[in-house]
Write a protein that binds this ligand. Structure first.
Ligand code: 6PG
Length: 256
């Protein structure tokens, strides 16, 4: 089944409120299911758009962001200190977390702690251990189940730190991997594996701006594009994947 694709004229007036609705639907279902909302986020422009969505006032029942019941994880991170300007956590903190009004409460945040930056594999292994302690605390599970994974799409079709044609796309064993050859700097990064992303209960992409048009056309219209990381997620997860785009990003793109 093809993914859901939503296109909006304006980010502030349309995309953000609809993204909010989608995130809160996943939040409310997760809270019913297990009393906690486990969400993985990435960097890029996503944190800013997410802040527009989540920091808006509540319009009533079912529309409340219950931050104290959120557990926030990272879909990918750069191997830099958490206060470095390249850090995805720093971005999420500045764009979203630090702006949450105190009466809304704070989510529990699990940054990818880079204690030993010289050894990126150790950083990945540590984050995997943390995920195991949370997602497999009682039972042994094959993969962690995030209630929602929120991703961006790079102009080359990468997402998380899963890059086109990278051997990591074929890895099945670990939950978290490191790479040291990222084509987009910085070269050392930590990322959730493709099977972990595909296992998410819901996967939401946010792709905005004219710079995304070419890659979206490729992903949705061509065989070649279906093999790009974003295309592999579309194919593997179908209907549980939703794309939130603005008009410039999807102009001239035909969808299945
Ligand atoms: C990273 C980012 C990256 C980003 C995409 C889309 O670590 O480099 O997480 O994967 O999500 O490049 O970025 P934009 O949304 O800014 O286009």
């Amino acid at each position: 089944r093809p993914p859901n694709l939503y296109s909006f004229q304006s980010i502030d007036d349309e995309l953000a409120p609809n993204l909010r609705k989608y995130v809160l639907e996943q939040q409310n279902e997760a809270l019913k299911r297990h009393g906690v909302f486990r969400v993985a986020v990435s960097g890029g422009s996503l944190p800013k758009t997410l802040a527009k969505a989540l920091l808006a006032p509540s319009s009533g029942e079912g529309d409340t962001v219950e931050f104290p019941k959120w557990e926030v994880f990272y879909a990918d991170e750069r191997c830099v200190p958490l206060d470095h300007e390249d850090s995805n956590h720093k971005l999420v903190k500045e764009e979203l977390l630090d702006k949450i009004p105190s009466d809304m409460g704070q989510p529990k945040v699990y940054p990818i702690e880079e204690q030993n930056l010289e050894n990126e594999q150790e950083v990945a292994d540590q984050y995997e251990k943390l995920l195991v302690s949370i997602f497999a605390a009682r039972d042994s599970v094959k993969l962690p189940l995030f209630d929602l994974i929120l991703l961006g799409c790079g102009p080359d079709g990468h997402t998380c730190s899963l890059f086109p044609d990278h051997p990591l796309l074929r890895e099945q064993d670990a939950w978290v991997y490191s790479i040291s050859d990222s084509p987009k700097p910085p070269s050392k990064r930590i990322t959730l594996s493709l099977p972990v992303v595909l296992h998410g209960a819901k996967i939401g992409f946010v792709a905005t701006g004219g710079g995304k048009q070419e890659v979206l056309k490729k992903i949705f219209e061509t065989e070649e594009g279906s093999k790009l990381p974003c295309g592999l997620i579309n194919a593997g997860a179908g209907d549980k994947v939703s794309w939130f785009c603005d008009s410039p990003a999807v102009e001239n793109v035909s969808f299945p």
